[in-house]
Design a protein around this ligand. Structure first.
Ligand code: ADP
Length: 161
C-alpha cells in the first residue's frame, strides 16, 4: 500500500510545544511527516535555517517517521519533488484562518493534486506563537514552559535582551 506522507511546512523560528503537538497528532493520521523549514527571509528569522533544522531534528528525534529539511522554493514544487500530496498546517485563532485560507486556495489553484489538511490547535497551546516567545525572550521573561529544553537553551544563548 502507498504510504501517506504529509509535509508540515513553516518557519519554526523557533519550534514550540504547539508545533510539536501538531507533529505528534499528525503522526496518528499519516505514515510519515516531513517538517519542511522555510527560509522565510521576509520574516527576518532569529535563527538561520541550519539552526532551525538542528533544533527541530533534536525535538523530533524520538519519532522514527519524521524527516526534517529546509526548503527555499515554492511549497507545491517542494511537495512534487518529494512525491507528497498533503500539506499539514495548524490552526490556532480566527486570525490564522484568513491567511491559511488564502494560502490553501492559492496552492490548490496552482496544484490541484495537493490537499491542505488543517489540525486544530490543542487548547493548551492555542495562544502560543514563535513570535511571542521571541518577544518574551527580548523582554527578559520566562519561556521555558513553551519550548523544549534545548530550544530554551539556544534562545538564552542568543541573548536577545
Ligand atoms: P509560518 O511562517 O508558515 O506561519 P510558523 O512556524 O509560524 O510558520 O507555523 C507553522 C504552522 O504551525 C502554521 O500552520 C501555524 O498555524 C502552526 N502553528 C504554529 N503555532 C501553533 C500552535 N501553537 N498550535 C497549532 N498550530 C500552530
Amino acid at each position: 500500500m502507498k504510504k501517506r506522507i504529509a509535509v508540515y511546512p513553516g518557519t519554526f523560528d523557533p519550534i514550540t510545544n504547539g508545533h510539536l503537538d501538531i507533529i505528534g497528532r499528525g503522526l496518528k493520521l499519516f505514515d510519515g511527516l516531513i517538517v519542511a523549514i522555510a527560509e522565510s527571509p521576509v520574516k527576518e528569522p532569529l535563527f538561520t535555517v541550519d539552526e532551525r533544522i538542528r533544533m527541530v531534528k533534536e525535538s523530533v528525534k524520538k519519532y522514527r517517521n519524521v524527516n526534517v529539511e529546509g526548503f527555499d522554493c515554492l511549497l507545491i514544487d517542494y511537495l512534487h519533488k518529494k512525491k507528497a500530496r498533503i500539506i499539514l498546517r495548524g490552526l490556532r485563532v480566527i486570525s490564522d484562518f484568513e491567511y491559511e485560507f488564502q494560502m490553501a486556495l492559492t496552492n490548490r489553484k496552482l496544484a490541484p493534486d495537493i490537499e491542505t489538511v488543517f489540525m486544530m490547535t490543542a487548547e493548551d497551546y492555542s495562544y502560543l506563537s514563535s513570535r511571542f516567545i521571541k518577544e518574551i525572550a527580548r523582554l527578559g521573561g520566562r519561556f521555558d514552559c513553551f519550548v523544549p529544553p534545548h530550544v530554551a537553551k539556544m534562545l538564552k544563548e542568543r541573548n536577545i535582551r
